[in-house]
Design a protein around this ligand. Structure first.
Ligand SMILES: N[C@@H](CCC(=O)N[C@@H](CS)C(=O)NCC(=O)O)C(=O)O
Length: 109
C-alpha cells in the first residue's frame, strides 16, 4: 500500500506546533489519512486492515478468528501498552503511582 513515512524527533517538544496540531498528546504513532490525523495504535491497525483488505492484515469479518484478532489488539493496547508506558516513563504521574513499589525498593537497579 502506498505510504510515506515522516521522521520526527522521538519526543516532540511542547513548542513543536506542527506535531502538536496532529497529535496533542505528543506521542507516536500518528497516521495521516487524506490529510487528517488519526491516533491510537490499536485503532490505526484496525483502520489499515479495513482500508486494505487485499493486504490480508486481518481475518475475515464475522469469523471467530476476526473476533480473536480484535480481542488481542484491544488486550495488548489497553493492558500491555498502558503498563509498559508506565514502566518506560516512570516520571509521569500515573507511572509514579503504579511503580512506587519499585522506586521505593533500594535493591532495585
Ligand atoms: N495509547 C497510545 C500510546 C502511544 C505512546 O505511548 N507512544 C510512545 C512510543 S510507543 C511515545 O510516543 N513516547 C514518546 C513520548 O511519550 O514522549 C498508542 O497506542 O498509540
Amino acid at each position: 500500500m502506498p505510504h510515506e513515512i515522516l521522521e520526527m524527533h522521538p519526543r516532540p517538544q511542547d513548542d513543536d506546533p506542527v506535531y502538536l496540531k496532529l497529535n496533542p498528546q505528543r506521542v507516536v504513532p500518528t497516521l495521516l489519512i487524506g490529510g487528517e490525523p488519526f491516533v491510537e495504535s490499536a485503532a490505526l491497525l484496525m483502520m489499515l486492515a479495513e482500508r486494505h483488505p487485499e493486504a490480508g492484515l486481518a481475518p475475515e469479518a464475522g469469523t471467530e478468528e476476526r473476533n480473536r484478532w480484535l480481542q488481542w489488539i484491544i488486550y495488548l493496547s489497553v493492558n500491555l501498552g498502558a503498563t509498559y508506558r508506565n514502566w518506560f516513563y516512570p516520571s509521569e504521574p500515573a507511572a509514579e503511582r503504579s511503580n512506587r513499589h519499585c522506586l521505593d525498593d533500594e535493591s532495585a537497579p
